[in-house]
Design a protein. Structure first.
Lengths: 211, 211
DNA sequence: GACAAATTCAAATCATCATTTAAAATTGTT
DNA sequence: AACAATTTTAAATGATGATTTGAATTTGTC
């Protein structure tokens, strides 16, 4: 019986192409044809290897997450919470312009946050919740421990939504809003701004009596 | 020569239905058929009265903005900048769940911010810039006057993107993220959070040496 | 009431994509 | 080399939605 292995290569190329295209366009706007072309494969290959576009999306997610080790934000023990928050924010904001697996995953992640497909419900908890928990932990510490859960979650929203913007807004519009070209340096400054802005925000809402 | 006027009524119903549907679904996900059904008109009427979906979108924008007077955030003279910022934030966040013309325009506006169509470039400046300028003014004052333009624009992004989230995130996801049902009361608390968070953020980045 | 212009309507057409099909090509095994 | 399972391919099919068409219908004017 013949057990060919060459199909697995195509499958892999499809996964990688899918990551790129989904990360750039989002699920809805990504065309199966584009993915196949980028992968150098026939349109029918998506159906052959994955069944349909939705399944390809889910598998692309899982594939992008394979590189998990380098995905994690480094957190040396003893690092002050302010610094941990800074790292997480820079991580979210900067990686979306980065080449490589890490940037790709971040783009995929923020894209799903921006316009959720609901297709990865199962995958989501396993992949995202641990990362989310880290952010919540830092916020919790920064709030001073006495804050109610709602406050923590509100702060999380404030931070995530500031970070999301870079992804969900067209580059043209960002340049129009900020009145300057979107350089890596600008992104760094923006990350720094979001950090300071959010640190102060957290401290401020932490001083209120919790409900 | 006959000059019938009854067509104008249909045109108006189409505009109002278009506002609602576009505001709810965004340009891409809004179906011409849905708009027509809501307006009680035939599908062909969009073509007859407006030419195509894109033109209908632009005209819906202009229509939604007709109610301009009540659109403006009230700003009694002598009101402290903190209070002016609070009003603007509550305005942005709360109106998107509100009935009526004001809420509709806010939804349309935030929806275009969330996924820009690029169709209303011409309309945008005339309609949005004055409103945007008000927010920038308040931020400028709160920053203490010595801040560079980039800082002002960064703060604007921070605030707008916090407000956008409520619109660009599916209600289900908001409830999941915040772990509670999305009631008007929750929205009020969220608006209050964004206000405090942002006020502190602005004050903090205003104390840095400007570049 | 009859006419002409304006408006509505149901159905047809187009365009865009995802998905399926069935034939052709390739690979591993003998 | 021959064969069978696997993979690729071009072309067909389907589904969804926007747009167009041309025949009714309605309205204002005479």
């Amino acid at each position: 019986m013949a057990i060919r292995e060459d199909g697995k290569e195509t499958r892999l190329r499809l996964l990688e192409a899918a990551c790129e295209v989904f990360a750039e366009k989002g699920y809805r706007n990504a065309k199966v044809a584009d993915i196949c072309q980028k992968a150098g494969a026939n349109v029918a290959s998506v159906n052959y290897h994955f069944g349909d576009k939705a399944t390809l999306y889910v598998e692309a997610w899982q594939h992008a997450f394979q590189i998990k080790p380098e995905m994690d934000v480094p957190e040396p023990p003893g690092m002050p919470p302010e610094e941990r928050l800074r790292l997480q924010i820079h991580f979210l904001i900067q990686h979306h312009t980065e080449q490589g697996a890490m940037g790709q995953f971040t783009r995929l992640y923020l894209m799903e946050l921006a316009s959720p497909t609901g297709l990865i419900q199962n995958v989501w908890h396993r992949l995202i919740d641990p990362r989310r928990q880290k952010l919540l932990d830092v916020i919790h510490v920064l709030l001073g421990g006495s804050a109610c859960e709602e406050t923590i979650l509100f702060c999380e929203m404030s931070i995530i939504n500031q970070c999301r913007a870079l992804l969900t807004t067209r580059p043209d519009d960002i340049e129009y809003l900020l009145k300057q070209p979107l350089t890596p340096d600008l992104i760094t400054r923006l990350a720094e701004h979001v950090t300071r802005f959010s640190l102060a925000g957290i401290k401020a809402v932490g001083q209120l009596p919790s409900k």
